[in-house]
Ligand binder design. Structure first.
Ligand code: ZN
Ligand code: ZN
Length: 330
């Protein structure tokens, strides 16, 4: 048996329980969880905003841990290997999206800690083909954020045309920090937009390399070629469109957003575009970790024990977590 925090019913706190340790079959591995991130997506699952979770479910994606047992068809990985488990847990491999290399959109995808059990437990089962092999440098709680917000941030950033020079970011959290470092390394100019009152985030953005920081109600000193919106606020879409130049892109990274207010067509005119980012592919995952080899990313974390998940969730709800919330299992 193992300790786990279980969502038994949408809308209720997670329950600390002893449940059977799962058995790895086929391409699955049994992973002894070292750390697991807690994020906004978990809140959406608990609150029922992301509908139809497997119930009961052990939430938690962005897991790091070591393989302790493997199914018969697992090659190339061994017991003791450190692996990361992201949100995308499985895809069908034969729907039109999978066949087009867009497995992030798979019709029959499974998601870690949502439609399959996740990392709020001592052990988790994962399909090795969707895990990320990690070097010893990732044997730390902060790696969990790379596997969640980091990956989405990377995919959002990779949507931007290579020629884009001026990049705006709305909502300056962990993903934004990672992108700032990547963008600066590529010689791009970075414009950080935060809440009007969040001067602290603006100062922080400038300190880590942003060329300009201000409120999301302001216009930057130069037109943007692209903007990424991490904040889940639909009203930011027309605001960002106002600031992007002709041909510019507005990319929405949030898994859910409040309604987008009506806006005049001229904001979109000039071949501006708006698109969302949905999950990540294994190709994104590999490319992101390859890129990280050249970019030192420091992620601030706030540590919780397994039993404290409900506290972590409450703190996230009230925006009280400094950095990323991470559960530590040992
Ligand atoms: Zn598919
Ligand atoms: Zn997450």
């Amino acid at each position: 048996m193992m300790h786990a925090m279980v969502l038994e019913k949408v809308g209720l706190p997670l329950v600390y329980k002893d449940i059977p340790v799962p058995v790895a079959k086929g391409f699955q591995v049994l992973i002894k969880v070292k750390a697991c991130g807690v994020c906004q997506t978990d809140l959406l699952i608990i609150d029922g905003e992301l509908t139809c979770p497997k119930l009961p479910v052990v939430p938690g994606h962005g897991i790091i841990g070591r393989i302790v047992c493997k199914g018969a068809t697992v090659g190339n990985f061994y017991n003791g290997d450190l692996v990361g488990v992201p949100w995308l847990g499985h895809t069908c491999g034969y729907c039109k999206f999978c066949l087009e290399g867009k497995e992030n959109l798979c019709d029959k995808a499974s998601f870690t800690g949502y439609t399959m059990n996740g990392g709020f437990a001592e052990y988790v089962i994962a399909d090795i083909r969707f895990c990320i092999g990690l070097g010893a440098e990732y044997d730390s709680p902060s790696a969990t954020a790379l596997l969640c917000t980091g990956l989405i941030g990377y995919r959002s950033f990779s949507m931007i045309e290579v020629s884009a020079k001026n990049i705006g970011i709305y909502g300056f959290g962990q993903a934004a920090q990672i992108i700032t470092r990547i963008a600066k390394l590529q010689g791009k100019r970075l414009f950080a937009f935060t809440r009007e009152t969040d001067k602290e985030a603006q100062i922080f953005a400038l300190r880590i390399g942003a060329d300009w920081a201000g409120s999301s109600n302001e216009s930057p000193p130069e037109k943007l070629d692209a903007a990424i919106i991490f904040a889940p606020e639909g009203e930011l879409i027309p605001k960002a469109l106002m600031n992007v130049d002709k041909g510019g892109q507005v990319i929405c990274a949030a898994i859910q957003m409040t309604d987008v207010p009506a806006f005049p067509y001229h904001l979109l005119w000039g071949e501006r575009s708006v698109r969302s980012v949905t999950n990540t592919t294994r190709q994104d995952n590999a490319a992101f970790f390859e890129l990280l080899k050249n970019i030192p990313v420091h992620i601030q974390t706030e540590i919780f024990e397994l039993k404290q998940v409900n506290d972590a969730i409450l703190k996230i709800r009230h925006g009280k977590v400094k950095g990323s919330a991470v559960l530590i299992m040992e």
